[in-house]
Design a protein around this ligand. Structure first.
Ligand code: FES
Length: 636
């Protein structure tokens, strides 16, 4: 490991580290635009100048382009380096609009920060600014080319990292242009990352445009609920409206990026018509009254049919806390069935993952990115887990061989943009033994469990794609509490009543089955036939835990208070102007609190913290940390 001195601090860094990264590792931030940890160096912006005082390289150098060598003595504050950086910022600002007060990026703009930090305030050049025409890039991304500083981050991400072909760099010299051949929606399912990666305001989130400044947002570390991968995010809200979602770095999971599904799926949370009002037989009531009504109906039901006819149904899209308490409710009532999965296939898939994965063989997205061979079997990867496609692409870019196994893996032409693959008939045809870091990705269609078991036995890592952000936790609980799939419970023929918690059950349940109560924040068909409707918070309105497909428990924090977004209030929807402590539409609770209140009414003590017993240690899990692997947990 080479040793160097930066600003009089001696440090050792791993071979291959550049001077900019070495400085960052000890908290010294050298201004940079084109360098990005996930994209590497480009040497395009020339703003990362440092002065090399002693050692193998001397003079003014671009710190992002210079690998550390032993004996280097670096000054980041040398007057010559500072002058170079000031000059670069001044050149960049010759053409950049001086529009920070009206620019949507203002407040979260790297160029703005470095311009102010560098002291540039007076424009000396009085020529005309170069201008460009902007393009319509679809419903999600706003294009403002005049703000471009030619760092090339966008095209390096879009084409090289994400494999997109409909966006690129055109022109030459000072007319260089980043866009499409012609107007049109960006085709990449990862296009939203342009917003995060652009160091200025060329690409901004059109869906949240001019709604808030960075300091206005309510935000907190969160986890994406839209597939089983558990990518880390920072949702941003204002006035009870989820305005935008950005990627949050987690090197083991999503790295620096997220997919467009995770980024642009806010509408369901903000929908004024989403369930926000407790109902008993269709009549609006306060949440407390609704919970009392559940108890009443429950005791009448139990008297008539007995507990064996009742099913408590949790769900892979509900937090670990909610599912945990669902099991406690089943135990307390002695209900005939506890269900976490809709059908046998979903339940079996998740249980297989739980039984096969352990610390040594579970593959994170980072393991996939670093793999030298990837076999993908029985899944539609882009649909089921988009970020896994990006991970496979990084492996392929580094020389990994990619195999598509069997004919149940319809990676269509779109996927072929991301990586080139070889088709084989079975996993036995994949040369797993020749690889040093092989990974087998098994999708939701998998049938061939024996082959997967054999692969695991041969030292391959496994990545199972599951059916929901918390399917792994549901499988752990199902194994522990003897849960059955909902279809099995119905097929048993004894079921007469259901309490459902964020469950996606078939709407055409047999008419003799009573839907005693249904808790959800999504307007499912099931709510229409529920006797008591209990509106609950969405994941951004509560603290909770999800366990992703590899068995990694990750905490997410409350971003915003629940309630009708101010923007959604039409004159008809606007509530009467009476004094109240909660926001209109805010009489909702997290699912786990609903179950906790039912338990309390049934005579159990008060539950302030749902994670107890062997789950208790997850309470202190840092939401900004890497998470904790729960694989290999033994059945109690
Ligand atoms: Fe070094 Fe751009 S960050 S040249």
């Amino acid at each position: 490991m080479p040793k160097l001195i930066i600003d009089n601090i001696t440090l050792e860094v791993p071979e291959g580290t550049n001077v900019l990264e070495a400085a960052r590792s000890i908290g010294i931030v050298i201004p940079h635009f084109c360098w990005h940890p996930a994209l590497g160096k480009a040497g395009a912006c020339r703003v990362c100048a440092v002065k090399m005082l002693e050692g193998p390289v001397k003079g003014l150098q671009m710190s992002c382009m210079l690998p550390v060598q032993g004996g280097m003595v670096v000054s980041t504050t040398d007057e010559e380096a500072l002058a170079m950086r000031r000059a670069v910022i001044e050149w960049l600002m010759i053409n950049h609009p001086h529009d920070c007060p009206v620019c949507d990026e203002g407040g979260e703009c790297q160029l703005q920060d470095y311009t102010i930090a560098g002291g540039h305030g007076i424009r000396r050049y009085d020529g005309k600014k170069r201008t460009h025409l902007n393009q319509q890039l679809g419903p999600y991304i706003e294009h403002e080319m005049n703000r471009c500083i030619q760092c090339y981050r966008c095209v390096r991400f879009y084409q090289e990292y994400a494999g997109g072909t409909d966006f690129g760099v055109m022109g030459r010299a000072d007319t260089v242009y980043f866009g499409r051949q012609q107007d049109g929606a960006l085709q990449s399912p990862f296009s939203g990352n342009l917003v995060d990666i652009c160091p200025t305001g060329v690409f901004t989130d059109k869906t949240a445009r001019f709604r808030a400044r960075y300091w206005d947002y309510d935000m907190a570390p969160s986890v994406c609920p839209h597939c089983s991968l558990g990518c880390n995010t920072v949702p941003m809200a204002r006035y009870r409206e989820l305005l935008k979602i950005t990627a949050r770095r987690n090197d083991a999971v999503n790295g620096w990026f997220i997919c467009d599904r995770g980024r642009f799926s806010n509408a369901a949370v903000n929908a004024p018509q989403r369930p926000r009002q407790a109902l008993v037989d269709g009549r609006p009531v306060a949440m407390d009254a609704a919970l009392d009504a559940v108890l009443e109906r429950l005791s009448e039901f139990l008297e008539m049919h007995g507990p064996g006819a009742l099913a408590i149904v949790g769900s892979p899209r509900m937090s670990l806390e909610g599912n945990l308490l669902a099991a406690r409710l089943r135990d307390l009532l002695g209900a005939g069935a506890l269900c976490y999965f809709g059908d046998v296939l979903h339940a079996e898939r998740a249980l297989e993952a739980v039984s096969l994965l352990n610390y040594d063989n579970c593959a994170s997205q980072e393991d996939v990115r670093r793999a030298d061979l990837v076999a993908i079997m029985e899944c539609e990867l882009l649909e089921e887990a988009p970020m896994m496609v990006l991970a496979v692409r990084q492996a392929w870019r580094d020389g990994a061989r990619i195999f598509i196994v069997g004919d149940e893996c319809p990676l269509d032409d779109t996927s072929q943009e991301f990586f080139k693959s070889e088709a084989v008939l079975s996993l036995a045809d994949v040369p797993l033994g020749d690889a040093k870091r092989p990974v087998v990705i098994c999708g939701s269609r998998r049938k061939n469990l024996d082959a997967i078991r054999a692969a695991a036995g041969n030292g391959s890592k496994l990545a199972f794609i599951l059916d929901g952000p918390n399917a792994f936790a549901c499988a752990l609980l199902a194994r522990e509490h003897g849960a059955v799939s909902f279809s099995e419970a119905v097929a048993g023929g004894k079921l007469k009543g259901i309490i459902s918690l964020e469950a996606d059950l078939p709407a055409d349940l047999p008419p003799e089955i009573r839907m005693l109560a249904a808790a959800d924040w999504q307007p499912t068909k099931l709510l229409e036939r529920a006797e008591v409707v209990l509106p609950v918070t969405a994941w951004v309105e509560m603290d909770g835990t999800y366990v992703n497909n590899e068995g990694r428990a990750q905490r997410f924090k409350q971003v915003m208070r629940p309630g009708l977004p101010i923007r959604g209030l039409t004159p008809e929807l606007h509530p009467p102007r009476v004094h109240r402590h909660d926001a209109p539409g805010g009489d909702v609770l997290p699912s786990w609190r609903i179950v906790a209140q039912l338990l309390e009414r049934l005579g159990e003590g008060r539950t302030e913290e749902p994670l107890s017993g062997r789950w208790e240690r997850l309470r202190s899990l840092d939401a900004e940390g890497a998470g904790e692997l729960l694989v290999g947990i033994k059945q109690n």
